[in-house]
Design a protein around this ligand. Structure first.
Ligand SMILES: *Cc1c(COP(=O)(O)O)cnc(C)c1O
Length: 382
């Protein structure tokens, strides 16, 4: 019996040369706390990198979204428009604040929220006398959503825009960083993201008052007093100084990590782009993608096998691949929530597969992925 081949992961952590040195510094200085010089420096360096005036380091991207929802002072039953095609963490913080998500379908060109459908949804809600309290947008798989029409729409109606850029660090939208164009944006340093602190997140905004309030809430909402006094509900959401040290090292290699993920996409497309029934999400016209994950769409008739058959064939080779996000309007948790459109997200879920895309993926492992997929494809018609 031959030994099993080593597992190829979807998006594993990839540390650089500086992280351990910076963590050692955190130990040596005894700043083992959810505050300290590395937290301050990580916030400053991150804000500069994405072009936002202020940044708040947090325990997760989900915590950042929760604080953003809290800033909106949502009332029970208030409605928030959000994408149906995304990870549940985009939407759950709306529920934390007892508000209601209303889902909007994506467009085929970017897999992100359709600006045209969002405009229809806003007009419809306004007509019904229930203008949405916010729009939450996600930038999926390293591709920026088409922000200009969405920013303009939200401004016209006075609707705050919150950007979930957890998957889009390193991408650009007309030269700017996704997450820095709305009222505020969030980033994630979960272990599978483009850079990681093992777990962590960042809230960014040009609004100093928003970040100051979020900072207050994230540290148990302690009033300025020598004793422990609280006037509001607080949370324990701050990022550890140790993890911030990792984040600073990771930020220094962000550009090379983006280049490696873009190279994965280019290699997959060069090898598989001509396979009938298999297509790639093209780079959007409005910016550069970080290609966090390379996704392919599989047409079962033309390709000769469906998405699940491809996923299972890869799994049999000890290769991790994942279906595109299951739309929120199909989740049991969100049964009964209203949805504008939904068919595009359903099709992307039925046909979409994310391939191993880590920045440390070797050319040899990538070739294993390619060979497994090629072996399944229908033979060319003679
Ligand atoms: C990862 C992710 C999040 C959550 O980030 P965490 O840091 O894991 O809490 C939110 N939204 C999207 C789209 C994500 O991919």
């Amino acid at each position: 019996m031959s030994a099993p081949r080593p597992r190829v992961y979807l998006s594993p952590p990839h540390l650089g040369d500086d992280e351990l040195r910076l963590v050692t510094d955190a130990f040596a200085s005894n700043w083992i706390a959810p505050l300290g010089p590395h937290v301050d420096a990580f916030e400053a360096e991150f804000a500069a990198r994405v072009g936002s005036a202020h940044a708040l380091a947090l325990a997760s991207g989900t915590a950042a979204l929760h604080l953003a929802m809290r800033w909106l002072r949502l009332q029970p039953g208030d409605e928030v428009l959000c994408p149906t095609l995304t990870f549940a963490a985009t939407v759950n913080p709306i529920l934390y604040e007892r508000a209601r998500p209303v889902f909007v379908d994506c467009d085929r060109g970017s897999w992100n929220m359709s600006p045209a459908l969002l405009a229809e949804a806003v007009a419809d809600r306004v007509k019904r006398g229930r203008p949405p309290k916010a729009v939450v947008l996600a930038h999926l798989y390293g591709h920026s959503a088409d922000l200009d029409p969405i920013v303009a729409l939200c401004a016209r109606h006075g609707i705050p825009l919150v950007e979930d850029a957890a998957e889009a660090l390193g991408a650009t939208y007309r030269g700017r960083a996704p997450g820095s164009l709305g009222l505020c944006g969030i980033h994630s340093f979960n272990g599978n993201k483009i850079i990681t602190t093992s777990g962590g997140g960042m809230l960014v905004s040009d609004d100093a008052a928003l970040i100051a309030k979020a900072r207050h809430w994230a540290a148990q909402a302690r009033d300025p007093a020598p004793h422990y006094q609280h006037s509001e509900v607080g949370f324990n959401y701050r990022l550890s100084n140790v993890l911030a040290a990792i984040g600073r090292g990771q930020l220094r290699v962000l550009d090379v990590r983006v280049a490696a993920r873009r190279a994965n996409f280019a290699a997959y497309r060069a090898a598989l782009g001509g396979v009938p029934g298999l297509s790639f999400l093209p780079e959007p016209a409005w910016g550069g993608s970080s290609h966090w994950l390379t996704g392919v769409l599989i047409d079962p008739v033309k390709f000769g096998a469906d998405r699940e058959a491809v996923r299972r064939a890869l799994e049999a080779e000890n290769i991790e691949a994942r279906p595109v996000w299951k739309p929120m309007h199909l989740q049991p948790l969100f049964a009964g929530c209203e949805t504008y459109g939904g068919a595009v997200a359903e099709e992307l879920f039925a046909r979409g597969l994310c391939l191993p895309s880590g920045s440390s993926l070797s050319a040899g492992d990538r070739d294993r992925v390619i060979a497994t997929i090629t072996a399944l494809a229908a033979p060319p018609v003679k």
